[in-house]
Design a protein around this ligand. Sequence first.
Ligand code: SAH
Length: 355
Amino acid sequence: MMEVKQVLHMNGGVGDTSYANNSVVQKTILTKGMPILEDAILDLYCTTFPKKLSIADLGCSSGPNTLFVISHIIDTIKMKCRELNHPLPEFQMFLNDLPGNDFNTVFSYLPGFYERLNEEKQVGLGQCFVAGVAGSFYGRLFPSESLHFIHSSNSLHWLSQVPQGLQNEMGISLNKGKIHIEKTSPPNVFRAYLAQFQRDFYLFLKSRSEEVIGGGRMVLTFSGRRSSDASSTECYFQWELITQTLNDMVSQGVMEQDKVDSFNIPYYAPSIQELEAIVEIEGSFSVDRIEIMEIDISTSGAKGIRAVTESMLVDQFGAAIMDDLFRTYEQKYVEYLSNNKSNHISLVLSMTRKG
Ligand code: SAH
């Protein structure tokens, strides 16, 4: 079975199919959620005026969005400090992602980033320290009570593994011919996905609860659903189109049926109710805000999906067919969006560590 930790990474570098060049939708989502992030960081800052702030961005990837977030956090605090005539705090910024992430590209941006901080934002050298942390956020990443603020965008819909229970006792796939929850998937399939999300999100909260100080804040943005019905497929059309593309390739004899049957994407978009239930059971955080954001993706390209999913598809189907696969996918994508209104749904969750 695919090891998400080892396989999943957004396309690295800065080429045509890279995440760096194909993350406009994610940037739109980030920007739309910014007011909630700003409120949380200002609230935190203005209750204790810490001299040092330790902040982590989880699932930072590599591209323009990576430094955009930490830069915006610094800007927000800087404006407040100016208004109050306070000295700027020192910032310790941790950028986390899985070990396969292209940290080299991220690090190569840092000299320019520090320079701009110095020039534009007059945040003197020695006031902001950026470090990379490679590891899964479904487990501990930082020492106890060492962080004031955690941010994560567009990452927590990735599960730690393909859900268990997608095969029967005989090892036969319950989700034959599909790679995710679809209308024709049997109930065991969406139950398995929900159960995996519950386990993962619980572990995420538990791990963060050890790392964040009492009163510390956390703002998370990731894919979600409007519908409280776990069998709802309202937000999975991209996966359906990949399924169709793969099945076309099976019919043409260039892909084995088995490979499609045994592949499932480790991705889940929860409802607000599902999230609230897990936060409550875990118990360390109180929810300050939880909101649904709708993003028009009609202008986005299919390349965005390639940048995000290619590592997993290569692991299962091999690199040789990727260009063909995504050529067909792109046609289907354009056709689908010309006939359907399709909005991406994201949830923003702002929380405070109790105690
Ligand atoms: N935050 C950026 C990047 C989002 S892409 C933005 O909003 O544009 C999602 C990132 O989450 C990927 O880089 C992926 O590698 C990372 N990710 C997925 N599962 C993870 C895990 N368990 N631990 C750490 N990072 C993970």
